[in-house]
Design a protein around this ligand. Structure first.
Ligand SMILES: *[C@@H]1O[C@H](CO)[C@@H](O)[C@H](O)[C@H]1NC(C)=O
Ligand SMILES: *[C@@H]1O[C@H](CO)[C@@H](O)[C@H](O)[C@H]1NC(C)=O
Ligand SMILES: *[C@@H]1O[C@H](CO)[C@@H](O)[C@H](O)[C@H]1NC(C)=O
Ligand SMILES: *[C@@H]1O[C@H](CO)[C@@H](O)[C@H](O)[C@H]1NC(C)=O
Length: 208
């Protein structure tokens, strides 16, 4: 997964259209969250480290952090804006996303709402669209909260996010495919084979 993203990125950043990248913006769920739930939802208590790493949902730097680090090798002045929240869905209008810790469950913005938040926020320097790279990773939590939703509905919702970004002028958007979620600890530790098979089937069929 990481390798795939980084390979695409290297092809992309060597193409002539985008010699300079000055801003990376991420939207989505726990695959990208680098501290939003930690700092703004749970007063720096959740996700706990260890086992997690610096407010992420990973045991080390997560994929978006690695991508930004790669870009910074060649571009000194890269601004990274991350709107991703662990527990987020594609769109709260479709399915509300949550983040839970111990006995507290709190709402988080969906990817579509994150895109709107970013668009509304005009503070700071406005970077030209051709120098911005957008990343989107969402969809898995939709079915976690409602496993009768179809993968087509999730894909459509993800496309709506992309269309919204395009309507705001975005030129370069990466939409992440789904990693083998069925092998992640949260699923395997549940010991529920029916969930594991459901996720596997969903990922193979949905090719999100
Ligand atoms: C975070 O801290 C604030 C202020 O002390 C408190 O009102 C809020 O309930 C806390 N939130 C959580 C999730 O613990
Ligand atoms: C808006 O952007 C500024 C500058 O990046 C940031 O400090 C602020 O937290 C953002 N506000 C919201 C509501 O996201
Ligand atoms: C779950 O998704 C199905 C299919 O889209 C929908 O009919 C149902 O109302 C949803 N349930 C909840 C609790 O949102
Ligand atoms: C496993 O997951 C399915 C689907 O969510 C659920 O219907 C079933 O009750 C679960 N089984 C156990 C043993 O928790």
């Amino acid at each position: 997964m990481h390798i795939l993203v980084i390979t695409f990125l290297l092809i992309f950043i060597t193409s002539s259209d985008c010699k300079i990248i000055r801003q990376v913006i991420a939207f989505g769920d726990s695959f990208f969250d680098t501290g939003n739930v930690f700092n703004y939802i749970f007063n720096r208590t959740n996700p706990p480290s260890p086992p997690y790493f610096k407010g992420t949902y990973s045991n080390g730097p997560n994929s978006i952090t690695r991508v930004v680090t790669k870009i910074k090798y060649r571009e000194e002045h890269v601004e990274f804006k991350n709107y991703a929240y662990g527990g987020a869905t594609t769109d709260n209008q479709l399915i509300q996303g949550f983040s839970s810790y111990k006995d507290i469950t709190l709402k988080v913005p969906g990817a579509l709402q994150q895109i709107e938040l970013f668009h509304q926020n005009k503070t700071g320097k406005q970077i030209p669209q051709k120098q911005r790279l957008y990343f989107l990773s969402a969809g898995g939590n939709n079915f976690f909260y409602n496993n009768s939703i179809s993968y087509q509905a999730i894909t459509e919702s993800l496309l709506k996010c992309v269309q919204l970004l395009l309507s705001y002028g975005a030129r370069h958007i990466f939409v992440l495919n789904f990693p083998p979620y069925q092998d992640s600890p949260i699923i395997t530790r549940s010991g529920n084979l029916s969930i594991q098979h459901y996720v596997e089937n969903f990922i193979i069929k949905g090719k999100l």
